[in-house]
Design a protein around this ligand. Structure first.
Ligand code: ADP
Length: 323
């Protein structure tokens, strides 16, 4: 019989994490359970920063970016001793199950905890998109729209000055956000970690665009690509005479993570948070709650941990066709 559960957010924050916390707390309480919030991810689990939460504690957070519980990266949790300490703290408070809201690293940590015998359920939340087990993760859609808004604005100023803009988009080793932002923003070129791009080809396409009278050019670079904002800028500065355009670069960085979650992310987070509670009620542990074919699903950790999503090559071909 489940009586008490805990929830934490871990790793890189993502817009919608708060909506997921709210869904876990409120659906847990409606099942008659006590719900605890853990501060600062796995660090709070080890330090014992675990407090009970009421329905009102999660009032007014649905629309807020970030996470009210705080998130952290915690090297100690990667050790067996660190995780033993975490389990001891959970057991001391009589907690029967833990919900981990986070991305690849956090879900790997959750799996390790589960393998040590503690009941865990994960919720897929990261803007990096490479987490297997959910077609879309909490935060991706908002981050994409923030990148797109920045791109649209930069295009306006680029046009006024006949400039080429390099926009670097977050996403670690996953090019998904850059690819989608590039397609939606009408980029002349997109650089991705998954594909090698010749800077000569980009320079040539900029020169042609300039000669054809285009008044701006846009290159979207993924932060994890070999050709990121820094390396591309260095290349273009060295070849500035043949480009026509003058080049500027903007790194969106954490701006992309900090926005208020949009409608899709709020709804996704609400579904997945409530889905995690349903999974606990069924005593189905060691699974990641995600969205697949529009349905909330529970995928066993052993099927997803250690894997990463592949880039959709058809989308890459589409981007090449449209540039
Ligand atoms: P994200 O969840 O955004 O991918 P990180 O990769 O930074 O975030 O991972 C968040 C935390 O998850 C790490 O600081 C660590 O505490 C835990 N973690 C990551 N990998 C492991 C692992 N192999 N074993 C145990 N814990 C891990």
């Amino acid at each position: 019989m489940i009586k008490n559960i805990a929830v934490l957010t871990s790793g890189g924050d993502a817009p919608g994490m708060n909506a997921a916390i709210r869904a876990v707390v409120r659906s847990g309480i409606s099942n008659g359970w006590t719900v605890y919030g853990v501060r600062h991810g796995y660090r709070g689990l080890i330090n014992g920063q675990i407090e009970s939460m009421g329905t009102r504690d999660v009032g007014g957070i649905l629309q807020q970016g970030g996470t009210i519980l705080g998130s952290a990266r915690c090297p100690e949790f990667t050790t067996v001793d660190g995780r033993k300490l975490a389990i001891r703290n959970l057991n001391q408070r009589g907690i029967d199950a833990l919900v981990v809201i986070g991305g690849n690293g956090s879900q790997t940590g959750a799996y390790e905890l589960y393998k040590m015998g503690f009941p865990v359920v994960g919720v897929a939340s990261t803007i990096d998109h490479y987490l297997v087990g959910s077609e879309i993760t909490i935060g991706v859609d908002t981050a994409l729209n923030i990148a797109l808004e920045a791109i649209d604005r930069l295009k306006v100023t680029a046009s006024s000055h006949q400039r080429a803009f390099i926009v670097e988009v977050m996403g670690r080793k996953c090019g998904y956000l850059a690819l989608m932002a590039g397609i939606a923003g009408g980029a002349e070129a997109i650089t991705l970690p998954e594909h090698k791009t010749d800077p000569e080809e980009i320079a040539e396409s900029l020169r042609l665009s300039y000669e054809h009278g285009k008044n701006h050019a846009l290159i979207v670079a993924a932060e994890g690509a070999e050709l990121n904002a820094r390396t591309l800028t260095e290349f273009f500065v060295a070849h500035r005479d043949r480009l026509g355009f003058s080049v500027r670069s903007t790194i969106l960085g954490h701006v992309q993570r900090g926005g208020n979650p949009n409608a899709s992310d709020r709804i996704l987070a609400s579904k997945l948070g409530a889905g995690a509670v349903e999974s606990i009620a069924k005593e189905q542990f060691g699974v990641l709650i995600g969205l697949n074919k529009s349905k909330v699903t529970a995928t066993p950790y052993e099927e997803i941990v250690g894997k990463t999503k592949e880039l959709d090559e058809e989308l890459f071909e589409l981007a090449e066709k449209l540039d």
